[in-house]
Ligand binder design. Structure first.
Ligand code: ADP
Ligand code: TPW
Ligand code: MG
Length: 576
């Protein structure tokens, strides 16, 4: 820090000085935060510049929401808080959706926002971009802090980091008013004020009686099932999880972003027998997965008539009994809990009941065989299965590539069709089913890991973050975006019965999204058959060049709301 501090003459003695800008940067660096996603402007323009000069990677986006989504998924991938940096009021609000998203999805993220002068804001005297940001952020994140004095920057950032990654991870807001950045203090005092967070996410071990209870319930099962959620993926306890699954011999079902924790082709994977295992299982062990809407709240038709017992591993004690009774709660981090289970199982744990294991296997093979011919069709315009059949092969051949995925039909069908082989490679809409994560996620995955990214996007989904293809080209990232262009949301065939404007769910017919990326020097390709699509994606992945492929999908191929049409209320009174 001292080399960046200014020297001044003060009453004849030389004093090393530092300021808020330097202290923020030094505090980030001290805590190993080496990447910032954001949009520059007052009052953080110089912060971005200086951070870049100090060796931090600062990625400038076209919209804060996309920078925020990038930060959130960087947090998921690295277990360090992803940092998003925004300007006051409107920039802050643009980033806030992503902060709430991070909290909802249990991803560690810090939204650092500049803000206007407290004295003016608090008296509502109309400052430039005036807004009480701290108050607005509070209900939407795990914790929110404001730093008013340069000597508190170190402790403020330390609190933000610890709040983001400890316990259940989530979003944290850090408010830095404009005046703070230019505050000058003694450099030595500044250096001493910085805090390197020690053991930011301490291991949380389950109590031995809770481990025993869980194993007793598991042992009593005739039709056991393990469900892996994105909390299990986040934990990076991959070996321990594999050992538990294989030692127990129990079929496992990965939630969307837990796909690849064990390969989808693993003999115990029940992904292709989902409805059977949910309905017929009698004991279900949840590992880092909530019984929220994505699992029908643990009750109702999806789960069948027979009584069920749940074992739940989660770091958040309040998650237990959130929807149904949890017979064996195991509160702790996934790594510690799974390791404790494996140890307590000992050397002669009984094999999972063979009739159940075989029933699941048979069902799964039936479903896979049913799907296979649909994936090989070479229709033009393509249907979803034909196009996804091509992409499925690409991920099989390139298992270390990331798959970013959003849309409705484009999401639901890709999730089912594209097998994943490695942990944390499938990144998608998450708990909210939100559209708009696509380009932010793709950028962060490439930046954080250097690995190639395939983003499979509905044409509507892409539109929410599409301008970031300029960002992808600017940083020359190995991202290949495939747009499933069916002329609209769910389908491109809707007609407005009043005849004036286009229907609400349709877009320009035959749009050529591939032309967009050409404006920024990227490669644009129009693909009308699965073979063309496969060739184009392989070329993009080989070259690592930013590429956008417009995959022409039959506008009539999709269904309303994809696979969650049951959640879509429809009027029985509407006029024909
Ligand atoms: P999915 O959508 O894949 O079903 P959820 O987001 O609903 O997964 O659930 C993830 C759960 O994992 C959350 O309840 C969260 O508290 C928990 N979790 C996150 N990280 C850890 C961890 N390291 N150890 C234990 N539980 C965790
Ligand atoms: C932030 C509502 C869910 S899915 C979707 C929308 C607008 C787009 C589906 O069309 P797409 O996919 O992407 O072309 P396809 O293959 O079915 O045609 N705003 C936000 N989030 C959500 N989820 C919506 C709106 C929605
Ligand atoms: Mg579409």
């Amino acid at each position: 820090m001292l080399n960046t501090a200014q020297k001044t003459e003060a009453s004849g003695t030389e004093q090393e000085l530092t300021d808020g800008f330097h202290l923020v940067i030094d505090a980030l660096k001290l805590n190993g935060i080496d990447t910032i996603y954001g949009v520059p402007g007052i009052p953080i323009t110089d912060l971005g510049r200086m951070a870049q000069a100090a060796g931090i990677r600062v990625l400038s986006f076209r919209h804060e929401q996309n920078a925020g989504y990038a930060a959130s998924i960087a947090g998921f991938l690295t277990k360090k808080p992803g940092v998003c940096l925004t300007v006051s009021a409107p920039g802050f609000l643009n980033g806030l959706t992503a902060l709430a998203h991070a909290t909802t999805n249990c991803f560690p993220m810090i939204l650092i926002s500049g803000s206007s002068e407290r004295e003016i804001v608090d008296l509502q005297q109309g400052d430039y971009e005036e807004m009480d940001q701290l108050a607005i952020a509070k209900p939407l994140c795990k914790a929110a802090y404001r730093v008013l004095h340069a000597q508190d920057i170190g402790i403020g950032l330390a609190r933000a980091i610890r709040a983001a990654v400890s316990g259940r991870p989530g979003g944290v807001y850090l408010d830095l008013p404009a005046k703070l950045f230019a505050q000058v203090i003694d450099a030595d005092a500044g250096a001493k004020s910085l805090v390197k967070v020690i053991d930011a996410a301490p291991a949380q071990l389950p109590a031995p009686p809770a481990v025993k209870r869980a194993l007793d319930v598991l042992k009593s099962a005739k039709r056991p099932l393990i469900i892996l959620g994105k909390g299990a993926a986040y934990a990076q306890a991959d070996d321990a999880i594999r050992t538990l699954v294989e030692k127990s011999g129990i079929p496992f079902l990965p939630m969307s972003m837990a796909k690849g924790l064990l390969p989808d082709t693993h003999p115990q994977c029940a992904g292709a027998a989902r409805s059977t295992v949910l309905k017929d299982s009698d004991v279900v062990m949840l590992i880092g997965a909530r019984l929220n809407w994505l699992l029908s709240h643990g009750k109702g038709k999806t789960w069948g008539e027979a009584p069920k017992k749940f074992i739940q591993i989660d770091i958040e004690p309040k998650e237990m009994d959130s929807n149904v009774e949890i017979a064996a709660p195991l509160v702790g981090d996934v790594g510690s809990c799974v390791t404790a289970l494996v140890e307590a199982m000992g050397g002669n744990w009984p094999a999972a009941p063979a009739d159940w294991v075989n029933a699941v296997k048979t069902k799964r093979e039936e479903n896979v065989a049913k799907m296979a011919p649909r994936l090989m069709n070479n229709k033009s315009p393509m249907d979803y299965h034909g196009a996804l059949g091509a992409l499925r092969t690409i991920i099989k051949e390139r298992p270390d590539a990331f798959l970013v995925n959003e849309g409705a039909n484009t999401l639901d069908l890709a999730r089912g069709v594209i097998d994943m082989y490695q942990p944390r490679k499938r990144l998608d809409v998450g708990t909210w089913g939100v559209m708009g994560i696509g380009m932010g996620y793709a950028i962060a995955a490439a930046v954080e890991t250097g690995k190639p990214v395939l983003a499979v996007e509905g044409d509507s989904a892409f539109g929410f973050s599409g301008m970031e293809i300029e960002t992808i080209c600017r940083y020359n990232l190995p991202v290949c975006v495939v747009i499933f262009n069916n002329d609209g949301i769910y389908r491109g065939t809707d007609v407005n019965s009043a005849g004036r404007d286009p229907a609400t769910t349709v877009f320009v017919k035959g749009a050529r999204y591939d032309k967009m990326i050409e404006a920024f020097g990227g490669v644009g390709i129009n693909a009308t058959t699965p073979d063309e699509l496969k060739r184009a994606v392989n070329a993009a992945m080989d070259s690592g060049k930013p590429t956008l492929i417009n995959a022409v999908i039959d506008p009539a191929a999709g269904s309303e709301s994809g696979r969650i049409g049951n959640l879509n209320p429809q009027s029985v009174l509407k006029k024909k």
